[in-house]
Design a protein around this ligand. Structure first.
Ligand SMILES: Cc1ncc(COP(=O)(O)O)c(C=O)c1O
Length: 438
């Protein structure tokens, strides 16, 4: 049974003591008699009021209510609440993309002059955001090897470090984050631990239960699950003390909201309210109601799809391990460290749907192999019901130099496979014929 907390922020929230699987289907939307059974798409930017004081109360955060769909919308709220219930958080906010989710999470905490500590095993877009774009705004990031000893990582903490970032399963390095180690460093130094859980999903891992304070998602991935929509989510665990002296923007009056002090007005959801009311309002990367609807539908089968993704990935990994043209295979359940971490942090005996492998013979061989695939396709995407392959070094991570690629766990012979939910025999036969055609 999932333990859920009361989310005072989102309109449709209510305390439910339902299992994860039921929350996937019904969480966040509770129709009254005569209302649609399915979360409706409210395709409206605008909400009507009769009373000027009512609008003022909403605009000054003295009362919750929809005012304009850049900061909230009933369909988007339904999706946010479902995600929050699945994650066991305090509150959630949806964004236009996973990239926007990570940006929203980070810039709601740090500002010019601050420092970020991040795992080097990251999605290429997140790496670029931290390594290049944010430096233009005076925010510096130091990257650490996620499996480095604790004391080595801790040495990188500076007086101005304001958050630690990592991916539950690095994309595409596939290292499973050592939550205990990173959470201990974050706690000791009074800084929040932000985790991108896109490749794991709350079905496989709930980072808040392992010391994370904020969880981000590219909902584009398994939340959608069918490659139809771009979107993201940020979830506030409500478990970080923003008044520890390091985060004055949370504890001093915000002039853009008539001097509201987030930690005083919203003790449990200070981060989320700031992220929505201030950062989302001003950066504007909100989720559309149609995409929120599609994600809510996607979530209805998350608990059914994820076991199959993992079973197929493990079976394909085992097949590839034995193939003479394959030089190596990486999948979280194949090596001892990955298995140990999965046993400790994952909610099911499953390593997720992504694997990587090396093809003997270099890039020319890879080109032939990819062309010969018939069931799997070359796509710049992961976490689709359809199997996809990619050569990260020349695509999602092409902007990295050799050193950065190595730190991200990427080699030039690496093919990343996002294993879908097709019949595993068809997938194995497809990979077999494509490899044999080299
Ligand atoms: C782990 C991870 N985080 C974030 C993103 C960015 O998400 P989006 O493409 O929805 O902007 C991606 C995209 O592949 C990803 O793999």
């Amino acid at each position: 049974m999932s333990k859920t907390r009361k989310d005072k922020h989102t309109a449709a929230a209510k305390t439910l003591a339902l299992s994860f699987d039921t929350l996937c289907i019904q969480g966040g939307y509770d129709p009254k008699p005569g209302e649609p059974r399915v979360l409706p798409i409210v395709q409206s930017t605008t909400y009507k009021y009769d009373d000027i004081d009512h609008v003022n109360r909403i605009m000054t955060l003295r009362e919750f209510g929809h005012k304009y769909s850049r900061t909230s919308n009933p369909t988007v709220s339904g999706f946010e609440t479902r995600m929050n219930l699945l994650e066991g958080g305090a509150a959630a906010v949806a964004t236009a993309s996973g990239q926007a989710a990570n940006l929203l999470a980070v810039v709601s905490i740090v500002k010019a002059g601050d420092h970020i500590l991040s795992s080097s095993q990251l999605y290429g877009g997140t790496f670029t955001l931290l390594n290049s774009i944010l430096t233009n705004f005076g925010i510096e990031t130091t990257f650490f090897a996620p499996d480095a000893p604790k004391n080595e990582i801790e040495k990188l903490v500076r007086p101005n470090t304001r958050l630690v970032f990592g991916e539950t399963i690095g994309n595409p390095g596939l290292a499973v984050l050592d939550f205990e180690k990173i959470a201990a460093i974050a706690q000791k130094h009074g800084i929040p631990f932000v985790v991108d859980n896109s490749l794991a999903t709350p079905w496989l891992c709930r980072p808040l239960e392992h010391g994370a304070n904020i969880v981000t998602y590219s909902a584009t991935k398994y939340i959608d699950g069918h490659a139809t929509s771009i979107g993201g989510v940020v979830i506030d665990g409500g478990n970080f003390d923003w008044s520890n002296g390091k985060f004055p923007d949370f504890t001093t009056p915000d002039p853009t909201y008539n001097g509201i002090v987030y930690t005083e007005s919203f003790p449990q959801t200070a981060f989320l309210i700031k992220a929505r009311a201030q950062t989302l309002r001003d950066f504007g990367a909100c989720l559309s109601p149609l995409n929120a609807f599609l994600f809510a539908v996607g979530l209805e089968t998350l608990h059914l799809r994820m076991p199959r993704h993992g079973e197929n990935a493990l079976a394909l990994a085992r097949f590839l391990e034995k193939h003479p043209l394959v030089s190596w295979v990486n999948y979280p359940l194949l090596d001892a460290i990955g298995r140990r971490r999965a046993a400790k942090y994952f909610r099911h005996k499953n390593g997720g749907g992504i694997l990587t492998f090396g093809v003997k013979g270099g890039l020319d061989t890879i080109r032939v192999f990819v062309k010969k695939l018939k069931v799997a396709a070359l796509v710049v995407h992961v976490a689709d019901a359809r199997t996809g392959v990619l050569h990260p070094a020349s695509s999602t991570h092409a902007q990295m130099n050799t050193e950065q690629l190595a730190a991200a766990g990427i080699t030039s012979d690496m093919i990343r496979v996002s294993v879908g939910t097709e019949d595993i025999n068809d997938l194995i036969a497809d990979f077999d014929q494509a490899l044999n055609a080299i």
